[in-house]
Design a protein around this ligand. Structure first.
Ligand SMILES: Cc1cc2nc3c(=O)[nH]c(=O)nc-3n(C[C@H](O)[C@H](O)[C@H](O)COP(=O)(O)OP(=O)(O)OC[C@H]3O[C@@H](n4cnc5c(N)ncnc54)[C@H](O)[C@@H]3O)c2cc1C
Length: 369
């Protein structure tokens, strides 16, 4: 039921407009309240705070269906749910939960997640964003880069070091003096998602905006685990859309007197695509079962994120070839998916970093440094 209803919404609201928004490099903001209505923001958050209280397989299916539409739309929902609502729910005070979660669930407020810095991407623990405490408030300084939703977000969950060098989560609200969110332009990927910087120059933030219940890198990393789980499902959605498009096209396109779907070479591509999609689906389904049981570990999530995105990039490239010249046009979604997946394979831990996490898990040896 969840799959069908989200798929129907994507078909009606996203598919007809997404290509033109990607071409314009603009996020379709009018979709925000609708994303709230369909339950795409924080579906696993309890109903008391405006969520749906769904399990993790339902969450994964929602991400899969959104990304069939566009990775940028799924990214917006992932950030809101897994990177902003999840930490507020998990590590926030009851006052913070009641203040922010219902508005984030409905889309009345949008959030962004500030971890990456200009000089610290794969190694977020080296961050230099920091704050000093002054009684009832802190003064926060630093800059974050590559932040999805930043240009229009109402709040930013910023990860910063305190005076002892311990990483804390701080909720910064738009309008606070010294806080700005310049947009990042000239992206060839995730063009229908707004990306920006967070610039903080002695921003005065109330102490009560610090998440009280988490300290250290564990805070942002546990958010990333939740988001990476969503990506592992989402990327499969992009692959499914490419496969469906290629299959339909191959059955209709006539060359040498018959549909190209009738040639063995094209059947090999299609057969291998559906096989890889099915294998990835089984992996994320099993991961979802483990997550529902509270038994999914970060290395398993890294393996699934890495596998799904790699699989989707390969499926998308093969699908594009099946469409021949038409495959490079915006008449079909494949080229947009290919370009989007170049971000998806990099953000939330690069392809290489997830391999190193798997390597460390199986050998017990850290090859990061
Ligand atoms: C469109 C987009 C949206 C994003 N949204 C957000 C967001 O909302 N919030 C946020 O905080 N961040 C966001 N990011 C940032 C993203 O998470 C980072 O780009 C990513 O973590 C990689 O960091 P980097 O770009 O600095 O690359 P680097 O860390 O500089 O890595 C460059 C290359 O070196 C490799 N490398 C790094 N370290 C090692 C090592 N130890 N061993 C071997 N190879 C290594 C990497 O795998 C990569 O191939 C976004 C990025 C993009 C592109």
């Amino acid at each position: 039921m969840i799959r069908d209803s989200i798929r129907a919404w994507v078909k009606k609201a996203v598919s007809p407009i997404i290509e033109s928004y990607a071409q314009k490099a603009e996020f379709p903001k009018q979709l925000i309240p609708q994303l709230g209505d369909i339950g795409a923001f924080g579906p696993t958050i309890p109903k008391k705070y405006g969520g749906l209280g769904l399990d993790y397989i339902s969450y994964g299916i929602i991400m899969q269906e959104l990304e069939r539409g566009d990775s940028g739309i799924r990214s917006t929902a992932s950030v809101q749910g897994s990177l902003v609502m999840y930490p507020i729910h998990e590590f926030g005070s009851e006052e913070q939960r009641m203040k922010y979660l219902p508005k984030l669930a409905s889309g009345e407020w949008m959030g962004c997640f500030g971890l990456t810095e200009p000089d610290h991407g794969s190694n977020p623990g080296g961050m230099t964003t920091h704050f000093t405490e002054h009684g009832e408030y802190i003064l926060l300084s630093g800059s974050k880069m590559w932040i999805s939703n930043a240009p229009f977000a109402d709040i930013a969950l910023v990860w910063a070091k305190d005076e002892n060098g311990i990483i804390r989560g701080v909720i910064v609200e738009r309008g606070m003096e010294g806080f700005s969110t310049p947009e990042t332009h000239n992206k060839w990927s995730l063009r229908a998602s707004a990306t920006g910087e967070l610039v903080m120059d002695q921003v005065k933030v109330p102490v009560k905006n610090i998440l009280p219940n988490v300290k250290g890198l564990k805070g942002p990393l546990s958010c990333l685990n939740s988001a990476r789980f969503g990506i592992s499902w989402g990327a499969i959605g992009a692959a499914m859309d490419c496969y469906d498009t290629a299959l339909r096209y191959a059955k209709q396109r006539i060359q040498f007197g018959k549909p190209i779907a009738g040639f063995q070479l094209q059947q090999k591509k299609l057969a291998e695509m559906i096989t890889e999609i099915a294998k990835a689906q089984l992996m994320v389904w099993r991961l979802g079962v483990l997550k529902n049981e509270g038994r999914a570990n970060p290395a398993q999530i890294s393996m699934a994120k890495r596998n799904s995105v790699q699989m989707a990039t390969q499926v998308a490239r093969e699908a594009r070839q099946i469409l021949g010249g038409m495959g490079i046009t915006g008449e079909y979604p494949i080229m947009r998916h290919i370009m989007n997946l170049e971000s998806v394979i990099t953000y939330e831990g690069t392809h290489d970093i997830h391999l190193l996490i798997t390597g460390m898990d199986i050998t017990g040896l850290d090859a990061f440094k």
